[in-house]
Design a protein. Structure first.
Ligand SMILES: [Zn+2]
Length: 431
C-alpha cells in the first residue's frame, strides 16, 4: 500500500495505523481524501475480503501458501537452483547396494580412478588395459570400448532383448525410460549398475591379484548380484511376457500385481429437516481453469437447488475451497440452517479440521464462512468421486458458462443419476 500511494521513505515512521483501523462494521473505511486522490485503491480493495469479526493484523510470507515463514522456506528462497539429474533417482535405488551405485556416480562425474584419471592427477603410470591388453586404460575404453566390456554389454542386450546403445552411461540408461513395471525397472537398473561394478572388479582382480576372470564368469556375477536386488525389491511387476523372460533370466521371483479391491460407494440422504449439499469441480485439462458445481437435496433425496460456476482459476485446491464456501454462503442465504456438506476432496475435508491448511489469500473469506457455519448445524463428510457424479456433471455445465447458474429443479442431464441416488443404488470403486 505504501508503494501504491508513493509515500516517501522519510515519512514511513509516521505511519502508525494498522489495517484493522480501516475496517468498521465489517466494511472498508477509507478516508474520502485517499479515495479521491488514489482511485486505483478501490479496485485493489474490492478483491480483499474483510473479516466479519474482529481480527488482529498479521504479517504473512506471500511466497508460501499458508503465509508462514519457516527456516526451510528461507533456505529454498535463498539457495541457488541445482541442476536436476534424471539419473540420480535411477542409480540410488534402495535395492542396489550403495557401494555399487557409488561407482556409477563416480563414472558420471568422470572420477573413477582409471590410469587416465591418475595421470591427470600427476601420477606417472604406464597405462595398459588389464582386461584386453590392447589399449591405454581410460574410462571410455574400460567400460564401453574394451572387448571384455563389449561382450558383457552384448550379453545384457541379448538377455533383456533390447538394443542397447553403449556409447556412454547416459545412452545405456535410456533403456530405463521404457514403460517397465517397478520391479522390472529395478532389475534392469541393477543389471546395468552391477555390470559396471563387475567390470571394475575384474580389472582389480587382474591388476592386483593376477587373476583372470572370463566375461562368462563375469556375466554370472552380474546375474547373481542382480538377482539379490530384484528379490530384495517389494515392487510389483506387470503381467507381461517380455518382463517375465527378463525376471526369470536374472532368477528374480516375480511379484504379481495385487488384485484390485472393489468398494461399494453409496450416497446417503440427510435426516429430516437437514439439507445435504454435494460439491465437486472439474476442468478441461490439468492444469486448467476449474468450474464447480453443487447440488442441494433434502431428506427425501429430492433436489431443492443446484448451482454451477466457472471459477476461471487453476489451482485445484483453491477451487475446492471456493466451492465449499460458495455452498455454505448459498445455504445461509436460503436459510438452510442444518447443512451437511459432502466433498470428494480429502484436502477440502481436512481444511475444515485444520484452518492452517487454507492458503492465506483465501483465509479471510474462509474464516467468514466458518463463522456462518457456527450459526448452523453443520457437518462435513468425504465421499469417493464415484458417489459424487451428480455434482461432477453439474460442474461440467459450469465449465461451458461464464456466469453463475442456479437451478430450482433438477437439470435434465443429471436426472438419471439423481434417481439412482434416491433409490439407493450403489456405485463401485476399483482400488
Ligand atoms: Zn581393454
Amino acid at each position: 500500500m505504501v508503494d501504491h500511494l508513493a509515500i516517501p521513505v522519510d515519512k514511513h515512521h509516521l505511519l502508525q495505523a494498522q489495517v484493522k483501523d480501516f475496517i468498521r462494521d465489517n466494511k472498508w473505511y477509507i478516508p474520502h481524501s485517499i479515495f479521491s486522490n488514489y482511485p486505483n485503491i478501490a479496485t485493489i480493495l474490492q478483491d480483499v475480503h474483510v473479516p466479519n469479526f474482529r481480527m488482529e493484523d498479521k504479517l504473512v510470507w506471500k511466497h508460501t501458501n499458508n503465509g508462514e515463514l519457516c527456516f526451510r522456506d528461507a533456505y529454498l528462497f535463498q539457495k541457488h537452483p541445482l541442476n536436476e539429474t534424471y539419473w540420480a533417482k535411477l542409480i540410488w535405488n534402495p535395492s542396489i547396494p550403495p557401494s555399487k551405485s557409488l561407482l556409477v556416480w563416480r563414472l558420471f562425474h568422470k572420477k573413477v580412478p582409471t590410469d587416465e584419471n591418475l595421470c591427470a592427477r600427476g601420477c606417472y603410470v604406464v597405462s595398459q588395459c588389464n582386461l584386453c591388453g590392447k589399449a591405454v586404460e581410460t574410462s571410455q575404453h574400460l567400460f564401453w570400448d574394451c572387448a571384455f566390456a563389449k561382450n558383457l554389454w552384448t550379453w545384457l542386450a541379448y538377455t533383456v532383448n533390447i538394443a542397447i546403445d553403449t556409447s556412454s552411461i547416459d545412452a545405456v540408461l535410456n533403456i530405463c525410460k521404457k514403460s517397465w513395471s517397478p520391479q522390472c525397472k529395478t532389475v534392469i537398473i541393477a543389471a546395468i549398475v552391477n555390470l559396471i561394478d563387475v567390470i571394475w572388479f575384474c580389472r582389480y582382480k587382474m591388476r592386483f591379484d593376477n587373476k583372470i576372470i572370463s566375461w562368462k564368469s563375469a556375466s554370472n556375477m552380474v546375474i547373481s548380484n542382480t538377482s539379490l536386488a530384484g528379490n530384495h525389491s517389494s515392487e510389483s511387476s506387470f503381467s507381461d511376457m517380455h518382463e517375465f523372460v527378463i525376471l526369470k533370466a536374472f532368477a528374480v521371483i516375480i511379484h504379481a500385481p495385487k488384485a484390485p479391491r472393489i468398494k461399494e460407494v453409496l450416497w446417503h440422504p440427510p435426516i429430516a429437516s437437514w439439507i445435504k449439499c454435494n460439491i465437486d469441480g472439474t476442468s478441461k485439462c490439468c492444469p486448467g481453469p476449474v468450474a464447480c458445481g453443487g447440488i442441494f437435496r433434502d431428506s427425501n433425496a429430492a433436489v431443492v437447488g443446484c448451482f454451477a460456476q466457472n471459477l476461471h482459476i487453476s489451482p485445484v485446491f483453491h477451487a475446492g475451497l471456493i466451492r465449499a464456501m460458495l455452498a455454505i454462503e448459498l445455504a445461509s442465504k436460503k436459510g438452510w440452517i442444518s447443512l451437511w456438506l459432502e466433498t470428494d476432496s480429502q484436502l477440502v475435508f481436512m481444511a475444515f479440521k485444520n484452518h492452517g491448511l487454507v492458503p492465506w489469500r483465501l483465509r479471510n473469506k474462509w474464516l467468514n464462512c466458518v463463522e456462518l457455519t457456527k450459526n448452523m448445524r453443520f457437518i462435513i463428510s468425504h465421499i469417493f468421486r464415484e458417489g459424487n457424479r451428480c455434482a461432477d456433471i453439474i460442474a461440467l455445465i459450469g465449465l461451458q458458462s461464464n456466469s453463475f447458474i442456479w437451478w430450482d429443479s433438477i437439470p435434465f442431464s443429471v436426472s438419471d443419476l439423481i434417481n439412482r441416488n434416491r433409490l439407493g443404488l450403489p456405485s463401485y470403486r476399483f482400488c
